[in-house]
Design a protein around this ligand. Structure first.
Ligand code: ADP
Ligand code: MG
Length: 253
């Protein structure tokens, strides 16, 4: 995508669970080459928003556009093929598979071809191609040396980076990360921040849900703040840090 191109355009998206309004008419945009943070206290609706955008959940109202195409209502695999990859709040690796094999799982989503092409892709050459692609992505996040390790043996920070590599292997224009710094040590967070900056420099769009405020303030270009399912405010990290509303939401005053 061209630098600055609008990737994700979320328009008044809503999700109710029974009587609970988990996401209440949320609107925001993300652009290529930009890291957008989505923050807010626990239960604010951040993960639900991710699930609405990626097609894991169906919205109760509103619209989601991705690169100019309406995507709400599409199955998540279709959305992924359009160039949107995500990681989950809880690590979803296959611990008994190698690092390389885990990363290769993401490469199966590459390309815009339909299920027939995917079915025909099971021959040896294609498989080697997937592994080569997976290896490239592991190098991108600094895990190249560990590719033959069992994924379950990695430190938490490395597992998070592996999830990112797997998401990258699908060749996304937009990467959605749900709390990638959870459980990481300071050094691991720094490595993560470095990887995110590198991806941004290459023109990737990133939507980041994260509790670690120093990481958010450090890497984000723009921040959307949610509270109780609603859009509380948005702005630059400096604007968000200055906001009385945001302070009150976090301190509960
Ligand atoms: P966050 O990620 O910001 O912590 P979530 O999106 O996980 O918040 O949750 C927002 C609200 O929606 C919470 O009150 C949560 O309990 C509720 N919720 C989330 N998923 C479901 C679900 N599948 N069924 C019922 N309620 C849910
Ligand atoms: Mg969450």
């Amino acid at each position: 995508p061209a630098a600055g191109e609008v990737l994700l355009d979320v328009q008044a998206v809503r999700k109710t669970f029974g009587g609970l309004v988990a996401v209440n008419d949320i609107s925001f945009q993300t652009r290529a080459g930009q890291i957008v943070g989505l923050i807010g206290p626990n239960g604010a609706g951040k993960s639900t928003t991710f699930n609405l955008v990626t097609g894991v959940l169906r919205a109760s109202g509103g619209a989601v556009n991705f690169r100019g195409q309406r995507i709400d209502g599409l199955p998540s695999r279709r959305i992924a093929r359009l160039g949107m990859s995500r990681t989950f709040q809880h690590v979803k690796l296959v611990p008994e598979m190698t690092v390389l094999e885990n990363a290769a799982l993401g490469a199966h989503l590459r390309g815009r071809k339909g299920p027939l092409a995917a079915m025909l892709r099971t021959d040896r050459t294609q498989e080697r191609e997937l592994l080569r692609e997976a290896e490239r992505q592991l190098q991108r996040v600094g895990l190249g040396e560990l590719m033959h390790e069992q994924a379950g043996n990695l430190a938490m920070g490395q597992q998070r980076l592996l999830e990112i590599a797997r998401a990258l292997a699908a060749d996304p224009a937009l990467l959605l990360l749900d709390e990638p710094a959870a459980g990481l040590r300071h050094k691991e967070k720094q490595a993560l921040a470095e990887v995110l900056r590198g991806l941004r420099a290459e023109g990737m769009g990133i939507l980041l849900v994260e509790h670690d405020m120093s990481l958010v303030m450090d890497v984000c270009d723009h921040i959307v703040v949610m509270e109780f399912g609603t859009h509380l405010m948005e702005g630059t990290p400096a604007e968000v840090q200055r906001s009385e509303k945001v302070r009150a939401a976090y301190l509960g005053t």
